[in-house]
Design a binder for this molecule. Structure first.
Ligand SMILES: NC(=O)c1ccc[n+]([C@@H]2O[C@H](COP(=O)([O-])OP(=O)(O)OC[C@H]3O[C@@H](n4cnc5c(N)ncnc54)[C@H](OP(=O)(O)O)[C@@H]3O)[C@@H](O)[C@H]2O)c1
Length: 333
């Protein structure tokens, strides 16, 4: 195949530890090795993408770089027996968008073991409304169900509820009949959260208890925590007997100061969620659920932007101001 030139968001380190980003041209011949070349139709914006786009050596070691941990599109070249030209596929996680040129470019080339066939029941667009955020929310739901938590077991707390993972977790859990309490810093978005199915919307200060008391009154049977720090510690200390806390994110802090009491006196489980390296058999199972029995009504939870609009959306997610999901249409100007 002749070399193809394409548009991408490029993040450049113009002086040591000083970064700038712009929409520029790249060519397919510059992409890393891999069995599958994919024409990216949609990507989606995640907090991690914004960190990479701002310049973050913990996420992306080498610049210039194109972020984007999510991509859905069409196979245009394949040296894999698993995929053929024309297949609709998606990729989330692994090294995509970290040190491998990511979904904020019109083409990616990746190993076949990262590629998921687009599940029946989802369009390329819908798969990116979910993206890593929806897949991660799905992993939390899976962890609750695996540990025997049912819709009538008690209340589920979702922190950072208006964000990507948060809003999709609220929507999926509500769809499955769970009683969801959404914690947010944006009480003005209460109606948005109620439309997703939240039964209660509380201010994030209500789940922020810095006293260090080892145990707090029991409130939750499950927690999806996107923020870490004192909020995660409060959530663990407030979880009921045999409850499950899924630790997803760190927008507040990566620190966690707790005692063992919630674990040994209440049987609380702390479950770590790592969407990037989820094994393929579990990955396929989660996507299958997202496309069928867990499939949500996508109305009102997402917005489409073009590559040219991406810069301001990146700034907004870094300020914690995004609501729901931002989907990038790579071919819309
Ligand atoms: N473990 C995994 O596999 C995995 C996968 C995806 C994401 N993550 C992590 O999960 C987190 C959420 O990711 P995302 O893409 O959903 O990001 P996001 O869309 O920016 O959502 C984060 C939400 O957290 C809340 N928030 C922001 N700053 C806060 C602060 N200082 N204190 C408390 N709450 C704050 C805001 O919601 P409210 O205003 O509603 O409170 C914000 O919308 C990130 O840390 C990300 O790195 C982990």
């Amino acid at each position: 195949m002749n070399d193809i030139t394409f548009r991408a968001l490029i993040v450049e380190e113009y002086e040591p530890n000083k970064f700038r980003r712009f929409i520029g041209k790249k060519s397919v011949s510059q992409l890393p090795d891999g069995e599958v070349l994919i024409k990216v139709i949609y990507s989606s914006l995640n907090y991690k993408d914004a960190l990479s786009a701002r310049g973050h050596k913990g996420i992306t070691r080498n610049y210039p770089h194109t972020p984007g941990v999510d991509a859905s599109g069409i196979v245009v070249e394949s040296n894999s027996s698993k995929f053929k030209v024309g297949d609709e596929v998606l990729v989330t996680g692994y090294d995509l968008g970290m040190n491998t040129s990511g979904g904020f470019g019109q083409y990616i080339r990746v190993p076949d073991k990262w590629v998921v066939p687009l599940p029946k029941g989802l369009t390329l667009l819908e798969s990116m409304i979910y993206g890593t955020a929806g897949f991660t929310a799905g992993l939390c739901v899976y962890a609750f169900l695996e540990k025997g938590i049912k819709p009538d077991s008690g209340k589920i707390l979702v922190t950072g509820a208006t964000g990507g993972v948060g809003s999709l977790a609220v929507a999926i859990l509500s769809k499955l009949g769970f009683y969801v309490v959404a914690s947010t810093g944006k009480l003005e978005k209460t109606e948005f959260l109620q439309k997703l199915g939240a039964k209660e919307v509380i201010h994030r200060s209500e789940v922020y208890e810095p006293s260090g008391k080892p145990l707090l009154p029991r409130k939750w049977i499950g927690v999806v925590d996107n923020v870490g720090g004192i909020t995660l510690s409060t959530a663990i200390r407030s979880t009921d007997y045999d409850g499950v806390v899924a630790s997803v994110g760190l927008v507040e802090s990566p620190d966690l100061n707790i005692t063992v009491y919630p674990f040994i006196l209440r049987g609380v489980s702390l479950v770590g969620i790592d969407s990037a390296e989820t094994k393929m058999d579990k990955r396929l199972k989660i996507w299958e659920h997202l496309a069928t029995d867990w499939k949500i009504d996508f109305n009102g939870i997402w917005r489409e932007v073009s590559l040219d609009d991406l810069d301001k959306e990146i700034e907004k997610i870094l300020r914690g101001e995004q609501v729901g999901k931002v989907v990038i249409n790579l071919w819309n100007k």
